[in-house]
Design a protein around this ligand. Structure first.
Ligand SMILES: [Zn+2]
Length: 147
């Protein structure tokens, strides 16, 4: 099925396609960190938009998959025209001064112990989540990152 995202066709889509029209694709990066709200060691699922797209390859869509730090996320191969779209640019800054092989994103996460809304800043080297740069309560979301 070819997806026409024009407004005219929006209401002809079934509910599932409509939800996707309104929401960017995402994946999950699982990290074990100390929750800043309850102080417990928690397994956090961080919602990322890096290397996320509703299309995909033979292995499936690049959406709603779970990854760990250091694990290469499923994505188009480097020679594919879509490869460069792994970035999300959710940090406000001068693109000209940016190393194009890295990106950072503040990701939403919820503590499974205390249910706190959290942010986890992840650093990516292309489509590989490398490490956690910062973690905090959702209310303290760092202004340099888009929500
Ligand atoms: Zn917690």
């Amino acid at each position: 099925m070819t997806r026409d995202r024009s407004f005219r066709n929006f209401f002809e889509l079934d509910w599932k396609w409509r939800v996707e029209f309104l929401m960017a694709a995402y994946n999950w990066v699982v990290v074990d960190e100390t929750c800043p709200a309850c102080g417990k060691r928690s397994r956090l699922r961080c919602q990322t938009h890096v290397a996320s797209d509703y299309s995909g390859d033979a292995s499936g869509r690049f959406h709603d998959r779970e990854y760990h730090l250091g694990q290469r996320m499923a994505w188009w191969p480097r020679e594919h025209i879509g490869f460069e779209r792994w970035r999300v640019d959710r940090r406000h800054r001068d693109r000209n001064s940016v190393d194009a092989t890295f990106d950072e994103e503040a990701c939403h996460a919820t503590c499974p112990v205390c249910d706190a809304d959290l942010f986890v800043v992840l650093r990516f080297h292309e489509n590989v989540p490398e490490r956690v740069l910062a973690i905090g309560k959702g209310a303290d979301w760092p202004a340099v990152y888009a929500r």
